[in-house]
Design a protein around this ligand. Structure first.
Ligand code: KIV
Length: 271
C-alpha cells in the first residue's frame, strides 16, 4: 500500500521544497525492479541506484570496479519500478574524473540510456567544473561529501571523515561550492553530526545523511544493510529495520527440507 500522498512523481524541485518546509526526506538504495517497486510503494522520496551495487550485487570489495554499462543495466530495472520516487544514479568511478567533457558525455549517456532523473557524483572542488557543466546543460546533480567510497585507496579505509578542523573546513567550503553550482541535494557520509548540522544550515541544497546524525534534511541507507540481509555488517550508524538474512535462511531451509521429504509440492500445488 502506497504512503505517497500525491500521485505525481517526486522532482528535484520538490526535494528542495521539502527542505524549505522542514519535511524529512527518505532515500534508500535499490538495484533491481522487484525491490525498487516495494521501496517506491512504501513512500521513499528518492531511490539511489548506488555504486554500492558493486559490493551488494556484484560481491566486489570496493565500489571502484562497477562500470557504466553495469550501472545502466541495473538502473533500467529500478526506473521501470519507480512510479513516485525520484531515481538518482551514481556515476561510477572513472566516468567523470578524467575531463569535464567526458563527465558530461557520460552523464548524458547514463540518463539517456537508464531513464534516471539525476546523477550523483562524489567529491567537492576537484569535480566542480564537471558538476557546473552538467547543471548548465540541464542534468540535475546530487553531490556526495565526507566518506566518498570511490576514494577508499586515498583514504586507506572507511573511517569517520572530517574529524580534524582543516578537513571539516574543507568539507563546509565544498558543500557551499556544490550548493552555489546548483546541486539539488548533497549526501553527507560518515562525518560528525555537529558538522553535518552546520552544513545543513549553510546550504539551500537538501542534505542527506548516512552516519552523519539527525540534523540533516534526510537520511539514506543501503537497502540490503537496513533489511539485515548482510548480517555481518553492523557499523554504529546502521539500524537493521528487519533481520531478513535470518528469514531467508529459514525459508530456504524449509524449502530444502520440503523438497527432500517430498512434502513440496503437495496436492494443491500441482496441476
Ligand atoms: O553507493 C551508495 O549506496 C551510496 C550511499 C551509501 C549514499 O553512495
Amino acid at each position: 500500500m502506497s504512503v505517497h500522498t500525491q500521485s505525481s512523481r517526486m522532482t528535484t524541485t520538490k526535494v528542495r521544497q521539502m527542505k524549505q518546509n522542514g519535511e524529512k526526506i527518505a532515500m534508500l538504495t535499490s538495484y533491481d525492479y522487484t525491490l525498487a517497486r516495494l521501496v517506491d510503494e512504501a513512500g521513499v522520496e528518492i531511490i539511489l541506484v548506488g555504486d554500492s551495487a558493486s559490493n551488494v550485487v556484484c560481491g566486489n570489495q570496493y565500489t571502484l570496479p562497477i562500470t557504466m554499462d553495469e550501472m545502466i543495466f541495473l538502473t533500467k530495472g529500478v526506473v521501470r519500478a519507480a512510479q513516485h520516487s525520484l531515481v538518482v544514479v551514481d556515476m561510477p568511478f572513472g566516468s567523470y574524473q578524467v575531463s569535464e567533457e567526458e563527465a558530461v558525455r557520460n552523464a548524458v549517456r547514463i540518463l539517456k540510456e537508464s531513464g534516471a532523473d539525476a546523477v550523483k557524483i562524489e567529491g567537492g572542488e576537484e569535480v566542480l567544473p564537471a558538476i557546473r557543466h552538467m547543471i548548465k546543460v540541464g542534468i540535475p546533480v546530487c553531490g556526495h561529501l565526507g566518506l566518498t567510497p570511490q576514494s577508499v585507496n586515498q583514504f586507506g579505509g572507511y573511517g569517520l571523515r572530517a574529524k580534524q578542523e582543516d578537513e571539516a573546513a574543507k568539507l563546509l567550503k565544498d558543500a557551499k561550492l556544490l550548493d552555489e553550482a546548483g546541486c539539488f541535494a548533497i549526501v553527507l557520509e560518515k562525518i560528525p553530526a555537529a558538522l553535518a548540522a552546520k552544513v545543513t544550515k549553510s546550504v539551500s541544497a537538501a542534505t542527506i545523511g548516512i552516519g552523519a546524525g539527525n540534523a540533516t534534511d534526510g537520511q539514506v541507507l543501503v537497502l540490503h544493510d537496513m533489511l539485515g540481509l548482510n548480517n555481518g555488517f553492523k557499523p554504529k550508524f546502521l539500524r537493521h529495520f528487519a533481520e531478513m538474512a535470518d528469514e531467508v535462511h529459514q525459508a530456504v531451509d524449509a524449502y530444502v527440507n520440503a523438497v527432500k521429504d517430498s512434502s513440496f509440492p503437495n496436492q494443491d500445488e500441482q496441476y
